[in-house]
Design a protein. Structure first.
Lengths: 257, 195, 330
């Protein structure tokens, strides 16, 4: 499969999710969007949104915890599939991202720092600071406003400002700066959806050039597997057909180092 | 190993979102009229997940008065719901949503709590006599005509007088006021929040 | 990418922008966003057939059986068939401005009128209203029971605020308004039957048939009436949108204050006429009499919009040209 086809499919999956949210809300089967999604009375709340709000954690209902558990289990099992296929910001970043930084550095550390400072600041201020600027939240609200017959012009303007800010300052938003990405990275330590490298690899670095996070996946590093957003571009471009998407068994002896 | 320069780059990146959010949090905010059943403002801003489900419920089952706050209301308020009488009045009392409060039912985090009808007061109305047709020309008492609360707007001769302690902040008078610009504005003054 | 933009690319950009602007401009002009306005429409006003010897007939029926009272009131002045023909498009315009049962035409009276019109078998009957600004007209229909009546009798009940199509109609001799914006349903109707409730009104003094006609204009136009001159605008509106038959609900009358809250007194009467000015005079006189006014007729003739409407020829407020038919039914 060509990379251009993958990109087209990526755009399609995001658009389908947005249409899915719009339709389900309009016909009253489910309610909500990215920030919180209610399906048959179970709220699936954004884990970062929940974790910034100590008052909400204290007051959480059983159904909220069930929704949260399901979300976390999906991330632990599937890894950063959300980032790769469903995030509306990720798709925009990948379109405009000309120079991502190289992956020599360990940004697992950055993930930790990002999350810990976020929780520290929001728990001491008592205020969910990331939700102010979360670009996914902006898209979420534009969707719900549209369902409510409101053209959210201020939401669109704020979204444009945030997006331009991200583009100007960080081309590696997805690689440890976005708290949702950071949380998913840390939770991917035992995911089963992985990219496997076989012996055909000629170390041409084509996969690294195609990867939105510039990962050298053939180096078989555990941290790279955690950061991987499973976008499948490396598999598409590998000239030696050395890469494959596999389901990894946690107890398998064939573990990547 | 990481070079010092790269370390600082990582640090800046990781600190970016919480610091930016923290700074934006301190910017000035407006006082807006919240939906009925809202908890106290500082708690509200903490708990509200800005999902917009109350806005959706108001549109579908209520009058469609709620809308999300924008940048001009204060960045800390972006996405939170506010009552806009220019869209429609809030009929939590004396109207469509009486006893139902679809916004409260829709809130998944408890930022809007159920309140009894006698506890509902989302604000009160402010009158600008310099824009009021009754003051300038006479022949208008539409605010007194549409007010659902007995005694909240009382005409004294040709001119309306306002008892803000009776006013529940529904905004019907604001919606109906025919003056351009409107002679009435809905403010959160005197509101009662849920505990 | 090179910083400099080539001349060809620049010309292409400017040409594209110009074409887009012209295209949007043409589209906007065509859709009426700006540019010349279409001329306003004319409307024919049919003469009042409920006259005898050059005098407008006004019936006032006292009693308790609402259905009998309504039928007797129309029969007494000449019967429904004088205006409702087999090919008529009838618009019934009850007062449903608020969601309070005391402030609107009662469902029993509305039911009786609809059944009476249905017996005459016209081509089309619709019931419509645009309520007071700040109230949801559909909510008014539900809360007052008018929606149930419409459903039972299988007649179309239309919330004019939601239908959207507004036309501009020239008034006939209007002093303040040369043209008025009204809903298309009212413009298209052959016969308008008005069912007001007899009430006091804070700005208009009383609200009967002439004021009730404000329910066929959109909300922004209602606001304009208050901004300009309410009484004159009511008269100007009625000069072109004159109701062909008026049936006043005076079963319970709102006295002392209105139009939303007042002292409800039983009036136990139904008035009917083909002349809205005449019936407003007689109904207002009845209202002032119930309030204990010393000279109720004088007070009724003093109501500004009734006087101004008479001046425009909407009807007559000359007592010598009005014949009142009083009856009592069971």
């Amino acid at each position: 499969m060509k990379i251009s086809t993958l990109i087209k499919i990526n755009v399609l999956t995001v658009i389908i999710l947005i249409i899915f949210y719009l339709t389900l809300n309009i016909i009253d089967i489910a309610k909500g969007s990215y920030c919180i999604f209610l399906l048959s009375e179970i709220p699936f709340i954004c884990p970062i949104g929940l974790l910034q709000r100590p008052d909400l954690i204290k007051a959480s209902t059983y159904s909220m915890l069930i929704g949260l558990a399901i979300t976390l289990i999906l991330i632990i099992v599937l890894g950063r599939v959300f980032c790769g296929w469903l995030c509306p910001i990720g798709i925009l970043i990948r379109f405009t991202n000309k120079k991502a930084r190289s992956s020599e550095h360990s940004s697992i550390l950055a993930c930790f720092i990002s999350l810990i400072t976020l929780f520290f600041v929001s728990w001491t201020l008592g205020y969910p600071v990331f939700c102010l600027i979360c670009p996914i939240g902006i898209v979420s609200r534009i969707i719900i406003s549209a369902v409510s017959g409101i053209f959210d012009i201020w939401g669109i303007i704020w979204g444009a400002i945030i997006f331009l800010l991200i583009m100007a300052m960080f081309t590696d938003w997805c690689d440890g700066i976005c708290p949702l990405g950071a949380l998913q990275t840390l939770l991917s330590f035992m995911k089963i959806v992985r990219i496997k490298v076989n012996d055909n690899c000629i170390k041409c670095n084509a996969c690294m050039k195609a990867c939105p996070l510039r990962l050298k996946i053939y180096q078989k590093r555990k941290t790279d597997q955690m950061k991987c957003i499973v976008c499948l571009r490396c598999i598409a471009i590998c000239p030696a057909k050395a890469l494959k998407l596999t389901l990894h068994h946690p107890s398998s002896s064939n573990r990547n180092k | 190993m990481i070079s010092r320069r790269d370390f600082f780059k990582i640090l800046l990146g990781a600190l970016f979102t919480p610091l930016l959010g923290g700074i934006l949090f301190t910017l000035p905010r407006k006082k807006v009229v919240r939906p009925p059943g809202a908890v106290k403002e500082d708690l509200f801003l903490k708990i509200c997940i800005r999902c917009g489900l109350c806005i959706e419920a108001c549109f579908k089952e209520g009058r469609g008065t709620l809308e999300p706050c924008g940048i001009l209301d204060g960045i800390a308020l972006i996405g939170t719901p506010k009552v806009n009488p220019l869209r429609a009045p809030c009929e939590a009392l004396y109207g469509k949503c009486e006893g139902k409060l679809p916004c409260v039912k829709a809130c998944p985090t408890g930022a809007l709590k159920w309140v009894e009808p006698h506890e509902i007061k989302i604000g009160s109305v402010e009158w600008y006599p310099r824009r009021c047709i009754a003051v300038l020309r006479g022949g208008c008492l539409v605010c007194a005509e549409v007010c659902p609360v007995p005694g909240a707007i009382v005409p004294k001769g040709r001119i309306p007088t306002f008892n803000s302690n009776k006013c529940i902040g529904c905004g019907r008078c604001v919606t109906a006021c025919p003056a351009h610009p409107k002679a009435l504005k809905l403010t959160p003054k005197g509101e009662r929040r849920a505990s | 990418m090179s910083r400099k933009i080539s001349r060809r690319a620049f010309i292409k950009l400017v040409a594209g922008a110009a074409i887009t602007a012209i295209g949007l401009g043409a589209l906007g002009y065509h859709l009426g966003w700006f540019g010349r306005k279409e001329p306003s429409l004319e409307r024919e006003v049919k003469p009042n057939p409920y006259v005898k010897n050059g005098r407008s007939l006004v019936s006032i029926i006292k009693g308790h059986d609402v259905d009998k009272m309504v039928r007797t009131s129309v029969e007494a002045i000449g019967g429904i068939d004088k205006i409702v023909k087999p090919n008529s498009k009838v618009l019934i315009k009850p007062n449903v401005g608020f969601n309070d049962i005391n402030a609107v035409a009662s469902p029993e009276v509305v039911r009786a009128v609809v059944e009476l019109v249905q017996d005459a078998n016209p081509k089309e009957i619709i019931m419509a209203e645009s309520g007071v600004r700040g109230y949801d007209t559909s909510d008014n229909f539900e809360a007052t029971g008018i929606a149930d009546v419409a459903k039972e009798l299988n007649v179309d009940l239309i919330n004019l605020d939601k239908t959207g199509k507004v036309v501009r109609v020239k008034t006939k001799g209007g002093k303040t308004l040369k043209e008025v914006k009204a809903f298309k349903q009212a413009y298209d109707a052959d016969v308008i039957i008005c069912i007001p409730k007899l009430k006091r009104h804070s700005e208009a003094t009383v609200t009967i048939s002439l004021k009730n006609m404000m329910g066929i204009i959109p909300d922004d136009q209602k606001g304009r009436f208050h901004e300009l001159n309410l009484h004159q605008c009511i008269a100007d509106l009625n000069s072109v949108f004159r109701p062909n038959l008026v049936i006043v609900d005076a079963i319970e009358v709102m006295t002392v204050s209105g139009p939303r809250r007042g002292k409800m007194i039983p009036g136990n009467a139904i008035l009917a006429s083909g002349d809205p000015v005449a019936v407003d005079v007689i109904a207002a006189e009845y209202l002032f009499k119930l309030e204990g006014h010393i000279s109720p007729l004088k007070a009724a003739l003093n109501v500004a919009h009734i006087r101004l409407a008479a001046e425009l020829g909407v009807g007559t407020n000359d007592i010598s040209k009005i014949e009142v038919i009083e009856r009592k039914v069971g």
